[in-house]
Design a protein around this ligand. Sequence first.
Ligand SMILES: *[C@@H]1O[C@H](CO)[C@@H](O)[C@H](O)[C@H]1NC(C)=O
Ligand SMILES: *[C@@H]1O[C@H](CO)[C@@H](O)[C@H](O)[C@H]1NC(C)=O
Length: 284
Amino acid sequence: MLPTVLLGLAIFPQANAQIRALIYSAVEPGQFVHDSIPAATDALISRGSAVGIRFDSRQDASIFTDAGLDQYDGLVFLMNVGEAVLDDNGKAALQRYLDKGRTFIAIHSASDALRGTAFYGEEVGAFFDYHPELQNATVDVIDSSHPSTSMLPAQWHVQDEMYNFKSNPRSIGAVVLLSANESSYTDPGPRKFSQGSPHPTAWYQEHGAGVSPNGIAGRSFYTSLGHLSETWQDELFIGHVMGGIQWALATTTTTTNTASLASGTISASAASLTASSQATGSVS
Ligand SMILES: *[C@@H]1O[C@H](CO)[C@@H](O)[C@H](O)[C@H]1NC(C)=O
Ligand SMILES: *[C@@H]1O[C@H](CO)[C@@H](O)[C@H](O)[C@H]1NC(C)=O
C-alpha cells in the first residue's frame, strides 16, 4: 500500500492543475543538442506547478496527432533544431492545432527548426540566421509593460548567444520586447538579412501569424535567450520565460484542461489518478 499512497500524494497536485502545456524538445538526429534541455525542462515543470500549469515533456513526435495535441492548451517548442523534428503528418497536426487558436511558445533554437516549413517560421516570428560566439551582452528592454519583461532591468546583462534572424518579426505583426545592444558585444557578421531595428531578441504575437487563412489565431511568444544550463537557474531569466508562457496561455482562445475533460478528449489518466488517490485515502 505504501508506494501507492506516496504516488497518489506526489501526483495529485499536478493532476489538479487547470492548464496543461506540452514541452517538445526534439532535435533532428545529427544536429546540435543543447545540454541545457534537461535543466530547462526541469525549471519549467517546477515553476509551472507553482502557477497552475502542468507541463509534460516529450521528444517523440508521435504526440503530434489531433488527439495527442488536443490534450494541451499550449505547446512549448524548446531548443529544437532541424527539419526532421516533425514529419508531414506532424506538421499538418501542428497546423490544425494552431488553427484552433491554441497557444504557441518557442525558446532559443526553436527558431532553427522546421526551416522549410513557412507557417512554423511565421508562428515563431522569424527564422534564426546565425549567432556570434557565446559572450556577455546587454539586452535592452523595449517594452517593460509585458509580463515577460516587467521584472527585468532596463539594461539586462546576460551571458548568451545573440541571435540574428533571417527576417524582421515586426513584418508579420510581432511586437518586439527585448533588443540586443549591438555595441555591447562582438559580432563579426556579416548580417545578410534585414531583421529590423532595434535588433529583435524576444517578441510576442497577439495573433500568431502561422495560422491558416480560415483558422483562429492564438497567442505566440518567442525568446532567443536560454542557451546555457546556468541560465535556467537564474531567477530573472526564469521570470522572463514564465511571464511569456503565462501571458501566452492567458488567452480566450485557449481551451483549458477542464473544458477538455468535460468534452471527453482527456480520459483515462486524470480519471484514474483521481480514483487511485481516493482509494488510498490521500484526498483530503
Ligand atoms: C559575464 O557574465 C557572467 C554571468 O552574468 C558573469 O559571471 C561574468 O563575470 C561576466 N564576465 C565578464 C567578463 O563580464
Ligand atoms: C549599449 O552598450 C554600450 C556598450 O556597453 C553602452 O555604452 C550603452 O550605454 C548601451 N546602450 C544601451 C541603450 O543599453
